[in-house]
Design a protein around this ligand. Sequence first.
Ligand code: MN
Length: 203
Amino acid sequence: MPYQLPQLAYAYDALEPFLDARTLEIHHGKHHKTYVERFNAAIAGKPGLEDRTAEDLLAAIDSVPDEVRSAVRNNGGGAVNHTLYWAVIGPKAGGEPVGAVADAIKADFGSFAGFKAKFSEAALTQFGSGWAWLVVNALGRLAIVKTANQDTPLSLGQKPILVIDVWEHAYYLNYQNRRADYIEAFYHVINWTAVNRFYSATK
Ligand code: MN
């Protein structure tokens, strides 16, 4: 079954003024859609690939044949990374973490402010296009990592539970070169209930 572009659980204008409707429309309806289509095209008709999930292929990227590995890494990564991005943001969100993930953030970063400083720094200092992530690492602890292009922590044996897209296409229409302003606005749309659900699912 081909990878499906997820329907958003909210309208394109539901995250304003933090994320604007035009950006969401292009980001989801054009950028994400294209990654999904190219990923599906790359594995179509290839036994051993098309019967595996995108997540499985990315977690074992070295097992993917040379001739399609870049396509899977870039377009499969683009498909999966954006699906998580849309799932961890929403309207009437933001504020402080909730549930078990709130306790883990306190344990592993000292406080929500300590987490926020590190997450923002990762998002700000990712040079060029990429992502900053909150992951559960191999030891079951929270960690903040950043990846370039469409690379995913799944390929490093980590389980992502929160992500911010810092490709310019995620913010340029509204924020131009002010990535820091986009990062600050992002905290107003983080759906901590969803993040906590992803965290709990790793346990
Ligand atoms: Mn993007």
